[in-house]
Each structure stands twice: as C-alpha cells, then as structure tokens.
Write a protein that binds this ligand. Structure first.
Ligand code: AHR
Length: 311
C-alpha cells in the first residue's frame, strides 16, 4: 500500500501495487534474455512489484518457485512452462489459494483450462508451417531428394512439439522433402553446435548430403553454423538454413549470407503481460488466448531489417 504526505495509509483497493510472481524457464537463448528484460522493464514501468525466479530449464525448479509464490501470497502468478505436461497439481494449488495464473510464451497440456486465466504467446504450429511453406516453395522445381536435418528445441516443450508438427504438416506435400536426422539441441548454442557436429560426422560416414537445416531457434542455428564452418561446409550455400526467433545475431548472420530464412517469434510480451496481470487482479475479464504478432524474413530482407531489430 502507499503512504500519503502525512504518513497515514492512503491506499485504496484500486491504487494498490500488485505483486506478480514470475517463474521463467531460464536463460537458454537470446530470445529468453530479451523476454526476461521485457518483463522486468515493463513491471518497473507499470509499477508492478515483480518477484522473478529463473528455473534453469528445470520443471522441478519452476514448480518450487510457484509454490513459494503461493506461500508468499502474491496477487498473481505468471510463468512460461518449460515443458507442456505435469502442471495440474501445482496449478490446482494456486487455484485453491485463490491466486490467478497467467501462462506466457508456452502452453500447458492440462485439460482443465480453468487452471489458468489467460495464455499470452505465439502460435508455434503456425511458425512451423511458415518455415515449411518457404521451403516447399524454394524446392518446387528441385529434382530428387532434399535431405533435411532438424535441431529440435527442449524435449517436451510446446515450441519443440509444435514447430515440428507445423513444419511436417506442410513439407509432406512434397515427397522429396525428408527429415533424415532430428535431435534436440535444447535451444542452446552449445548443444546446437554439438549435435550439428554429430550430424556432420554421421553424414560423412554414410556419404550423404545435408541439404537443409531446420533449427527450432536462432541460438541452435548459430551453434550449428559454427560447426559447419569448422567442417568446411558453407552455411546458407552448401546447406540452406532455416531458423526461428529473429534475434540480432541471427539477422547479422543472415545479412552475411549464412541463414536463408528467419521465422520471427516475438519475446517482447512484458507490456501486454502487465496489462493482463493488472486486469486479472482487478477482477476484469481477460481473453483466454492472446496471440503475439510475428513476421517471416527471407535473406533479402536482412540488411534492411537488421537496424530495426529490438532484441
Ligand atoms: O518458447 C520460446 C522459445 O524458447 C524460443 O523460440 C527459444 O529461443 C526459447 O528458448
């Protein structure tokens, strides 16, 4: 509550500063860092008291953080679930305590949708489709097989499941397009590099060519680019690279000719989250599903777009 000039409590229900407990996935990618900054900056700007916790990509840590927010009696809880499954128990605890929950960025697979008030984030299936559509068009006159290797995001996470699903749904329209290798790189640069090194090694041993890399995020693509260059393979030329997010480093790589397509995923959801949090606490109705706006950027847009990137 706020205190007025005479030192007495002057707060009413409406000017009460709300407390938001936010359980973040971790700091695995450039996207995530931008997402965290957006949430922290917007909380400050909106006068929201933010309790922030970083789960280091572990579900158990997120569950602990949510329980601690419940114990602290925060006004509202928001979180970006590291994986889709296994949230019902803790979400039920929040509901029983009368604390509303907002999902940001990633979905849960709970069938009881009354366990959260709203879900703010991208349509990951659509992002996968956008990547697939570009490739389908790019390969429309291509003769013979197109070998695609895939770097998946965190196993069991909504973006990994959905980006794969949307992409596969589209590329199956051309039987030449085949995913020949697919593994998780956990959304990090280090893992992306490591898995790409293994792909390169096995492609060599099998004497097969990798025509396309489909990476579920920019960090893994950037790690893979390093592995390719170290192996003397030209990213963007010898192998087409499709990536997702749209962080500055990736736009720079695309400007340098090393990435062929970036499907944008927008991390700057802080301002919208603060609005939803305040509305929920004030007892207003909020939309159950709120989508973020996103674009598709082929290589020839890189130079013009790079200076505009906000993350
Ligand atoms: O959930 C969004 C995904 O998580 C981003 O695409 C990825 O970079 C991040 O780690």
């Amino acid at each position: 509550s706020s205190t007025n000039a005479t030192g007495t409590e002057g707060a009413t229900q409406t000017d009460k500063k709300i407390t938001l407990g936010f359980a973040q996935v971790g700091a695995e990618s450039g996207w995530r860092t931008a997402n965290t900054k957006s949430i922290q900056d917007s909380a400050k700007a909106a006068g929201v008291d933010l309790k922030f916790s970083d789960a280091q990509q572990k579900q158990e840590n997120q569950i602990k953080a949510i329980r601690s927010f419940i114990a602290q009696k925060v006004d509202v809880i928001a979180f970006s679930p590291v994986v889709e499954s296994g949230w019902d128990t803790v979400l039920k605890e929040a509901k029983d305590a009368g604390i509303p929950v907002i999902l940001t960025d990633r979905a849960v697979d709970s069938s009881d949708t009354s366990l959260y008030k709203s879900f703010l984030g991208s349509d990951f299936v659509e992002e996968g489709r956008r990547a697939g559509k570009w490739l389908l068009d790019e390969m429309k006159d291509h003769q013979g097989p197109v070998n695609i290797v895939e770097l998946q995001g965190t196993t069991g996470s909504a973006p990994a499941i959905d980006r794969k699903k949307g992409f596969e749904e589209i590329i199956k329209n051309n039987p030449n397009l085949k995913i020949v290798k697919s593994q998780t790189g956990d959304f990090t640069r280090a893992k992306g590099k490591e898995v790409m090194e293994a792909f390169i090694k096995s492609a060599k041993a099998e004497n097969t060519k990798m025509d396309v890399l489909y990476a579920h995020n920019d960090d893994m693509a950037l790690g893979a680019i390093q592995a390719l260059e170290e192996a003397g393979i030209k990213p963007g030329k010898d192998i087409l690279i499709i990536s997702m997010d749209g962080i500055k480093d990736a736009f720079q790589a695309m400007k340098d000719g090393k990435i062929n397509l970036i499907v944008e995923c927008n991390p700057l959801m802080g301002p919208q989250l603060m609005q939803i949090a305040q509305d929920v606490v004030a007892g207003k109705d909020v939309q159950k599903r709120i989508l973020t706006n996103e674009g598709v950027f082929p290589q020839d847009t890189a130079e013009k777009e790079l200076p505009n990137r906000q993350y």
